[in-house]
Design a protein around this ligand. Structure first.
Ligand code: ADP
Ligand code: MG
Length: 362
């Protein structure tokens, strides 16, 4: 009997020690993450792998009139939005800035003027609080988002094929470890998101056109207008050819009502073609590299055709597919924070003299 009581007391002590340890640990590591690479001003607070707040000030309305992001306007908007967004992230997370233990920020790639705003802000706050500064590659953030502790996320195991599909990039990456990545293939011209947006603009859809095409395509016939599916040798892709073919096709129509009478079929056919181009490359990499897990990231990962096609391909081929929840597809600071968390664990800090890099490589 006494043995049992002693055992129980011992177990209780161990349990409380763990609770206290966890509390101290989680107190120890609270990251503010900042993302300002393009046209979203975003801030997030993470403790460990858990996201406490994830705030985004979207600039879509500012750029809509121009049909795409205007770099000068984007940097100005970041300047006016960054302090309110960071304050909002702190108050939502119920964290005082003095409790922060590190600041992670997007170093690149992206628009230089936009990146400089996040870089200068992160540096100033890191100096003021005397805490480490952690520069993050935006593209790595899109892939590491799958390691956030979240009920809708299942993390992959290394190695895996990372596929980033966004407004500025289309990349196929062999991910060996958190920060050990090898670029296997990429778009040689336009990014997939850019093709969605520019073709959508020709259809009269406002920026960003990707989500609107996705919605309209749901009621359209994807085989109505067959567009060319480019197939480069190797693992690179091209999206400029289909963009030009699509724009010329619309341009050559004589009927002034052609777009309005065929809008959903045009969207479905275009979306089908854009999906096939990347799907064919993914299939090739998976086969050649004998990869079992495919991890998708970036704004275009929200596209329902891409999600459906990838899921059914993976199912029929015996692969595992990892799609981010929709709230982590477009640019966000939580993905910068999770990458910051793994760098913090490695004590892999940046320096105050590091500058923003518009063309930062993986
Ligand atoms: P970037 O990092 O280059 O700014 P994001 O990762 O923020 O790009 O993604 C923005 C892009 O995602 C835009 O080109 C937008 O049109 C596209 N996008 C967002 N949702 C969808 C969707 N459902 N279908 C297709 N494209 C989409
Ligand atoms: Mg992005």
């Amino acid at each position: 009997m006494i043995d049992k009581i002693l055992y129980l007391v011992l177990m209780l002590i161990v349990y409380f020690c763990n609770v206290i340890n966890n509390l101290i640990l989680s107190k120890k590591d609270i990251i503010l993450a900042i993302e300002s690479s393009c046209d979203d001003t975003a801030a997030a607070i993470l403790t460990g792998r858990k996201v406490l707040s994830n705030c985004i000030a979207n600039q879509n309305l500012i750029h809509r009139a121009y049909g795409g992001v205007v770099p000068e306007l984007a940097s100005r908007a970041h300047q006016s939005k960054i302090i309110p967004v960071v304050s909002q992230a702190l108050s939502k997370a119920k964290i005082d800035k003095k409790e922060l233990t590190a600041i992670a920020y997007t170093q690149g790639p992206g628009l230089l003027g936009s990146l400089l705003v996040g870089n200068a802000f992160a540096k100033s706050l890191a100096i003021a609080l005397d805490i480490p500064l952690i520069p993050i590659n935006h593209m790595i953030g899109h892939l590491l988002v799958h390691f956030i502790k979240d009920k809708n996320i299942k993390s992959p195991k290394f190695p895996f094929l990372g596929v980033t599909l966004s407004g500025g990039h289309t990349q196929l990456v062999l991910v060996k470890k958190y920060f050990e990545m090898e670029l296997i293939g990429a778009s040689i011209d336009d990014a997939i998101g850019e093709a969605f947006d520019k073709c959508g603009k020709k259809l009269g859809l406002s920026y960003p056109a990707g989500p609107k095409i996705d919605k309209l395509a749901k009621t359209g016939n994807s085989s109505r207008f067959p567009f060319p599916i480019c197939n480069l040798n190797g693992y690179n892709v091209s999206y400029s050819g289909i963009k030009t073919a699509f724009i010329n096709f619309i341009h050559n129509q004589k009927d002034p009502n052609f777009i309005s009478e065929n809008l959903s079929d045009l969207c479905a056919s275009l979306q089908f073609t854009l999906t096939q181009i990347i799907l064919k490359k993914i299939e090739k990499v998976v086969k050649d590299y004998r990869i079992n897990q495919i991890v998708i990231g970036g704004g275009v990962a929200a596209n329902s055709e891409i999600r459906d096609q990838l899921e059914s391909y993976a199912k029929s081929n015996g692969n595992k597919i990892f799609l981010p929840p929709l709230y982590y597809t477009t640019d966000n600071a939580a993905m910068i924070g999770i990458a910051g968390y793994y760098k913090l664990k490695q004590k892999n800090y940046g320096t105050l003299s590091e500058s923003a890099q518009a063309r930062l490589k993986l």
